[in-house]
Ligand binder design. Structure first.
Ligand code: SF4
Length: 208
């Protein structure tokens, strides 16, 4: 996580302003339904873990987010999977005790496409244009040329380009400032290919 960031269950809502579309959609779905299906929970849990949310806070986060169910149900059906993602329980890939790595865009784009009622995946790839446009608008993009660019990127199956286009638009002033002041070099501003890097860069830019 970026230096100085205090990542707790209580500030996930405010930090979600820095999320890429995939995680923003998971977060919105979770807040709307007080539930996410298995693969969405895994994609989101590993993202949060990669940002520095510790296991204890992550359990608090999921427990309070699933507010329609009892403690008993939560403990029986959900607690284990969160602990497993952190490498707190389970064998094989978890041997070293750190659990699974946060998913890259490549993995999210190509593995486990979401089925009905599932909120994981990459919206630039897995949403239809109408739903994608609504999500991107909810993230703060109203500029018609950006929305048109997103459509064209999607049509050409350039999902990363669409995501980076939205990032650049939402951080236009900050990117200019970072370049002008030499705080970030072009290398540090190259194409984003990981949701966790999207978050970190957004957080750093918005807190310059
Ligand atoms: Fe998430 Fe990557 Fe898709 Fe952007 S391109 S929405 S970071 S999976």
């Amino acid at each position: 996580a970026p230096d100085g960031i205090q990542f707790t269950a209580a500030n996930v809502d405010s930090l979600s302003q820095h999320f890429p579309a995939c995680m923003s959609h998971l977060h919105r779905s979770l807040r709307r339904d007080a539930h996410l299906k298995h693969y969405g929970r895994l994609q989101y849990t590993l993202f949060l873990k990669g940002l520095g949310l510790n296991l204890e806070e992550c359990l608090v986060f999921w427990r309070s987010a699933f507010h329609k169910i009892t403690d008993d149900t939560f403990n029986k059906e959900y607690r284990y999977n969160v602990r497993h993602a952190y490498g707190d329980v389970g064998g094989d890939t978890n041997r070293r005790g750190s659990g699974y790595s946060p998913f890259s865009c490549q993995k999210i784009l190509t593995e486990h496409p979401p089925g009905p009622g599932e909120a994981h995946g990459c919206p630039y790839r897995h949403f239809d244009l109408e739903n994608l446009t609504a999500l991107v608008q909810a993230m703060g993009v109203t500029d018609r040329s950006v929305l048109q660019g997103v459509k064209e990127d999607k049509d050409h199956q350039k999902y990363h380009m669409a995501c980076n286009r939205v990032f650049e638009h939402l951080h236009k002033a900050e990117i200019k400032k970072a370049k002008d002041e030499g705080v970030m070099t072009s290398n540090q501003l190259e194409t984003l290919v990981h949701p966790n890097d999207y978050f970190k860069r957004s957080y750093i830019l918005k807190n310059l």
